[in-house]
Design a protein around this ligand. Structure first.
Ligand code: FCB
Length: 456
């Protein structure tokens, strides 16, 4: 079999997030988060569930570190629950810090480097009550929270990501209303995006102070956008989609400005007052554009768009049923290669990590208890092949994190979508390695992925 070999020192990992796996909601002095509140509202989570127990990682974290050790990964990406650290929005709760302190030590002892995300969507509800990310004060609060965490863990954590997927927080949370806090207000969404970016810049400076040897970056969800046809209207729709989805974040971070065409699009749609960005203050863009040590890229799929009557982009699914995952996302590995090449060419990040990549498939245990999740293996194999090709073509990609270690609470989908390398039996909390876990373990050990093709 042909093998794609990764560079020496390539960082292999898996990823999770606090809200999706921890549970233990009323323990350790944790406060309420905006996702607890959303899930308590009937009809907001597809299966009517919430994350109050989830994978019970709050109690089973030692066992989970054992799973990581078995996989042989060199790193583990997880997030810190802000409501555990600052439950009342003001006072630091040492018990919350203790939990992550012990986790970090256990990881290091197992030879696994902690890759910490500071914000993966679980805002303390009390801060939402004071305006949430729509308020500039929340950016200030994020800096204080970051200071508390990095003062405690900064001596041991080598990788820090400020935010996970600001587009999702801004658009899904404040424009589409699917995610917490469930607002439908496009003007607020733009303010939120700005405060997220700003708080990233401010917090990154604090991380550097308290964790001087660490790498600091941000994690974006990025998609290659394809026009449904070569017609002018569809190409224009693709440009618009790219503008508000990808460039709205990349341009401020790497170029210190919002993309002009995308701002004009927003003005035209009435999401901004006049031609201005009313939330922008002097010095903000400089703070946002402070150099990053890495860009984290979450990649799942591409998007194909066509123009509606108003010229606005609408999704135009093209893939046959068998090429869709349970999320109804198209399996499109080539998009990862294209995206990485584009990022290198247009933005030139020093380093990149694929901080999430994976697929939801429901495959569960057969009569013998084996989980033959062949489609997940094929998905991962195809994407890793593209990642390795991008490295060959000069992309500074330094690591890869499979989403996810465990099946978990998939936000508005509840437990109905399973992304894990490990199956979680939510009744017993048993973790069962899927075939993909065995496969990934071999990949990590070999530092290589085979193409799946028999070469003559
Ligand atoms: C990403 C999120 C992650 C997970 C995957 C499937 O958007 O960062 O928490 O839900 O999608």
């Amino acid at each position: 079999m042909a093998k794609h070999i990764f560079p020496e020192g390539f960082l292999w990992g898996t990823a999770t997030s606090s809200h999706q796996i921890e549970g233990g909601f009323s323990e350790g002095g944790r406060g309420e988060s905006i996702w607890d509140r959303l899930a308590a509202t009937p009809g907001r989570i597809a299966d009517g569930s919430d994350a109050s127990v989830a994978c019970d990682h709050y109690h089973r974290w030692r066992e989970d570190v054992g799973l990581l050790k078995w996989l042989g990964v060199g790193a583990y990406r997880f997030s810190i629950a802000w409501p555990r650290i600052v439950p009342d929005g003001r006072t630091v709760n040492d018990e919350g810090l203790d939990f992550y302190d012990a986790l970090v030590d256990a990881l290091l002892e197992a030879g696994i480097r902690p890759f910490v995300t500071l914000y993966h969507w679980d805002l303390p509800q009390i801060l939402q009550d004071r305006g949430g990310w729509g308020a500039r004060e929340t950016a200030e609060a994020f800096v204080e929270y970051t200071a508390a965490v990095t003062r405690r863990l900064g001596d041991r954590v080598p990788y820090w990501a400020t935010h996970n997927e600001p587009w999702c927080i801004a658009t899904l949370g404040h424009e589409d209303g699917e995610h917490a806090p469930g607002h439908r207000n496009p003007a607020e969404a733009l303010r939120v995006a700005h405060h997220l970016l700003l708080s990233h810049g401010w917090a990154a400076a604090v991380v550097r102070e308290n964790s001087p040897d660490a790498e600091v970056g941000i994690v974006l969800n990025l998609v290659p956008v394809w026009p449904a046809s070569q017609e002018e209207a569809d190409r224009e729709a693709a440009r618009r989609f790219d503008g508000f989805f990808n460039r709205w974040y990349l341009d401020p971070l790497f170029r210190g400005r919002y993309p002009e065409d995308a701002v004009a699009d927003r003005v035209r749609r009435g999401h901004l007052e006049g031609s201005d960005l009313p939330f922008l203050e002097r010095g903000d863009l400089e703070a946002i554009a402070a150099p990053l040590d890495f860009l984290g890229v979450n990649y799942y799929s591409r998007v194909v768009v066509k123009a509606d009557e108003a010229g606005e982009p609408v999704g135009h699914p093209v893939a046959p049923e068998e090429e869709l995952t349970d999320m109804r996302w198209e399996v499109f590995p080539q998009g990862l290669y294209d995206l990485l090449i584009r990022l290198k060419r247009e933005y030139g990040p020093t380093r990149m990590y694929i901080t999430e990549n994976g697929a939801a498939y429901a495959d569960g245990p057969d009569a013998e208890g084996r989980i033959a999740d062949v489609r997940r293996i094929e998905y991962l194999r195809a994407h890793l092949t593209m990642a390795q090709r991008a490295i060959d073509d000069g992309v500074p990609l330094r690591g890869y994190f499979a989403w996810s270690l465990l099946d978990n609470f998939e936000w508005a989908h509840g437990y109905s979508k399973r992304f894990g390398l490990y199956w979680v039996d939510y009744e017993t909390q048993q973790r069962i390695p899927k075939d993909s876990a065995f496969w990934y373990r071999d990949v990590v050990a070999a530092n290589a992925v085979d193409t799946g093709l028999q070469m003559p």
